[in-house]
Design a protein around this ligand. Structure first.
Ligand SMILES: [Zn+2]
Length: 223
């Protein structure tokens, strides 16, 4: 097999570090400043405006869950989204757990103002749905509606997933969980279903590649 040439990406510079305290338990992560600055507008603002030269750099992120932040660190250093393999549980709950991990990573991308990460998570969510049937369950829907703004592509994905669901499976589940779905989600579904009288639902996997992405001057459209 022919050897692949090394990838041409910017190499990490292992200079100054920054201390990040994460979650309610204030778990300490010591990270390379150049890496956190490259990937997050939030860190750029916090580390350039809030500190004087030579002052120790501490950031507190109490509202972020530690496992999601660990996934974020892995992504920053490896440019890869990694979700846990859990083989012992049945297929549907395994997929929902993987949805949950991706959603939590998206929420980190939202808090830390990282558009690239959000876009990559959206692609991973669509791929996950393509490989396995179940939709994001009620807990995942609730999390998305609690943690993201109205305009979020993640909300759009969740909505599309449910609009595309098999009614024989979706209706009993929705009836069973009816008091647990967020009101805003039920409202969004109702609006879509009214409009759906004149158009069919589009499956997330059939959408154009960038449909759930955010692109702007800093984050140009995918090739
Ligand atoms: Zn794109």
């Amino acid at each position: 097999m022919a050897l692949q040439p090394p990838k041409k990406k910017r190499r990490i510079t292992y200079g100054d570090t920054v201390a990040v305290y994460v979650g309610a338990e204030k778990r300490l992560f010591t990270l390379h400043e150049s890496v956190v600055l490259e990937h997050s507008k939030f860190f750029r603002a916090a580390l350039t405006k809030g500190f004087k030269e030579g002052q120790s750099r501490l950031i507190h992120l109490p509202e972020i869950e530690t496992p999601a932040f660990e996934a974020y660190i892995q992504w920053m250093y490896s440019h890869e989204i990694v979700i846990n393999e859990c083989e012992s549980v049945e297929e549907a709950s395994k997929t929902r757990k993987q949805y949950s991990e991706l959603i939590e990573l998206y929420v980190v991308g939202d808090r830390l103002e990282n558009t690239n990460l959000r876009n990559e998570v959206m692609t991973a969510l669509v791929q996950l749905q393509e490989q396995s049937d179940p939709n994001p369950g009620c807990k995942n829907v609730s999390r998305v509606y609690k943690e993201t703004p109205e305009s979020s592509p993640l909300r759009r994905f969740v909505l599309d997933s449910w609009l595309d669901a098999d009614p024989d499976e979706a209706i009993p589940y929705m009836k069973y969980m009816r008091l647990k779905f967020p009101t805003e989600f039920i409202f969004d579904m109702a609006l879509e279903l009214f409009q759906g009288k004149t158009r069919p639902a589009v499956r997330p996997v059939d959408r154009p590649k960038c449909f759930y992405h955010e692109h702007n001057d800093e984050t140009p459209a995918c090739e």
